[in-house]
Write a protein of this length. Structure first.
Length: 141
């Protein structure tokens, strides 16, 4: 089970308390079973779910499958962006500039520096009133 990122142990057909009652299992000490279960949960970090019968197990698996489809991971892997994507990302930081506009500007002016330094008329011709945001880049603080 170690090879899998997400593990779960389903024990079917027995109540949790029955598993380690003194009169249920002959020859096995109840504390040995408790220790084994604790080892699985604490050392190996594998959650345990006890189900009564196959219908109960099927319900757990069904709910688990639906949850996996709808939940998104919080451990999102960081994707490195290409140079073009990085340039688009920077432009999209300006208010009102989305992916289409940033791509259009980069196709026309080729670099962010050229976009910033472009005459207002040229920017307005390409993107209309959205060009006003780039006037800020020429203002003093």
């Amino acid at each position: 089970m170690q090879q899998y990122e997400n593990r779960l142990l389903l024990i079917e057909g027995i109540e949790e308390q029955e598993l380690y009652s003194d009169d249920n299992l002959e020859g096995i000490n109840a504390n040995a079973i408790r220790g084994f279960l604790l080892s699985i949960v604490l050392k190996h970090k594998v959650p345990i779910i006890f189900t009564k019968k196959e219908e109960d197990t099927a319900k757990f698996i069904n709910i688990l499958a639906r949850k996996k489809e709808t939940e998104s991971s919080l451990n999102v892997t960081k994707k490195s962006l290409s140079k073009k994507e990085q340039m688009q990302f920077i432009l999209e930081g300006f208010p009102g500039i989305g992916p289409k506009t940033s791509k259009k500007l980069l196709e026309k002016f080729k670099t962010i520096k050229e976009i910033i330094n472009a005459p207002s008329e040229d920017l307005e011709r390409e993107i209309g009133k959205k060009a006003e945001i780039f006037r800020l880049s020429r203002e003093e603080y």
